[in-house]
Design a protein around this ligand. Structure first.
Ligand code: GLN
Length: 309
C-alpha cells in the first residue's frame, strides 16, 4: 500500500516530533546552530510525478554528507567505475564519518569508501573541469537535472563558515595527497567540497533525487536517463552499506531503505522501484543522524512495507 495523503504523513510526523528533544543540533558552524531543534518534515515522491509532504516542509537545509551520493555519481560518470574504485574502496568502516584512523591502517592507503569524508574528498577531486568554478557548475547542472529544479543554489554563508572550520578535512586531504590519491591544491579541493556540502535543498528536492535513484537513474517526468543504471545501482548499494555512517547496519535492519544522511539533519531515501523520500530533522543522535528523522523512517517503512529485505 502506498501513502495516500499528506494527512497520513502528518500523523507520523506528530508521533515522532518529540524524539528531537533527545538529540542535539550540529553546532560546529553558526549557520547550522541556528536550526530549530523541533523541526521535522518529510516528502515522498512517486515515479508518476505525485508526492506528499508534511511537517515543516518549507524549511530548506544544506546537503552536507548527502552530497556524497551525488558527487559519486558524477565522478563515476566522468571517470568510469574502474578509475574511481582503484582510488576509493567499497567497504564500510564502522568509524565516524570524519575519522582519519583507517587511512593509516588500511593498506594500500586509500579511503575505505566514498561515504566517509576521506573517500568523498577523493571523489570530489575526480569531478572534471578546468577549475573549481567549472566543476561546481557541472555539479549544480547535474543536481538541477536530477531534481528538475534549476533554482537550487549554494548557501554561501554555510559554505564560508564550513571553509573556515574545515581543518580536519584539510588534514584528510594532505594525507590523501601524501599517498597520491589526490594531486590538486588542498585549498581548491576544500573550496569545492565545502560548496558541495552547502548546496541548499528542500525535502521535496531530496525526495525527487531519491526517486531518480529508486528508478535506476531515470528522471520520470522527462524520461531521461540522468544517471546510468549501473551507477544508480552502485550509489544505492553504498547508501545501504555506509549511508547512515556507523549506524548503517542497524538502520538496514530497522528501516531497510537505501538512505544517506547529513549533519544538517537531512536524510535522502530511495525505495527501489517505488519512491523517493526526503526528510529534515536537524536534531541529531550521537552518530550524527537525524534522531526524529530515523524514527519517522522506521514508522514509515513498517506502515507501508518499504524494507527491501
Ligand atoms: N560538511 C561536513 C563535513 O565534511 C559534512 C559532514 C556530514 O554531513 N556528516 O564535515
Amino acid at each position: 500500500m502506498n501513502c495516500q495523503s499528506s494527512e497520513e504523513l502528518q500523523a507520523l510526523v506528530n508521533e515522532c516530533r518529540d524524539y528531537a528533544k533527545q538529540g542535539k543540533v550540529a553546532d560546529y558552524i553558526p549557520a547550522l546552530k541556528k536550526a530549530k531543534q523541533n523541526d521535522l518534515s518529510i516528502s515522498i515522491f512517486y515515479p508518476d510525478g505525485y508526492g506528499f509532504s508534511a511537517g515543516d516542509c518549507q524549511q530548506s537545509m544544506t546537503l552536507q554528507s548527502i552530497s556524497k551520493v551525488i558527487s559519486l555519481a558524477l565522478a563515476i560518470m566522468d571517470r568510469g567505475v574502474d578509475y574511481v574504485f582503484e582510488r576509493v574502496g567499497q567497504e564500510p568502516t564502522g568509524d565516524p564519518f570524519n575519522s582519519v584512523a583507517k587511512l593509516e591502517t588500511n593498506k594500500p592507503s586509500k579511503p575505505l569508501n566514498p561515504m566517509i569524508n576521506a573517500g568523498a574528498l577523493a571523489v570530489t577531486h575526480m569531478i572534471k573541469g578546468a577549475n573549481v568554478q567549472e566543476r561546481l557548475h557541472r555539479l549544480m547542472t547535474f543536481i538541477h537535472a536530477i531534481t528538475g529544479n534549476d533554482q537550487i543554489k549554494v548557501n554561501e554563508e554555510v559554505a564560508d563558515s564550513e571553509f573556515k572550520t574545515a581543518d580536519l578535512n584539510r588534514s584528510l586531504c594532505y594525507f590523501l595527497r601524501q599517498h597520491n590519491v589526490i594531486e590538486e591544491n588542498v585549498e581548491d579541493l576544500i573550496d569545492l567540497y565545502t560548496k558541495q556540502c552547502a548546496i541548499e535543498v528542500t525535502c521535496l528536492d531530496l525526495a525527487k533525487i531519491g526517486c531518480v535513484l529508486a528508478m535506476d537513474g531515470v528522471e520520470m517526468s522527462t524520461g531521461k536517463q540522468v544517471i546510468p543504471h549501473e551507477i544508480a545501482r552502485i550509489c544505492k548499494t553504498f547508501m545501504v552499506t555506509c549511508g547512515m555512517y556507523n549506524a548503517s547496519g542497524e538502520f538496514a535492519i530497522k528501516v531497510g531503505i537505501p538512505a544517506k544522511s547529513g549533519v544538517s539533519g537531512g536524510i535522502l531515501g530511495a525505495v527501489p522501484g517505488k519512491c523517493g523520500i526526503g526528510i529534515y530533522g536537524p536534531s541529531l543522535d550521537e552518530k550524527g543522524n537525524s534522531i526524529a528523522g530515523v524514527k519517522l523512517l522506521e514508522k514509515l517503512s513498517k506502515k507501508y512495507s518499504l524494507s527491501m529485505f
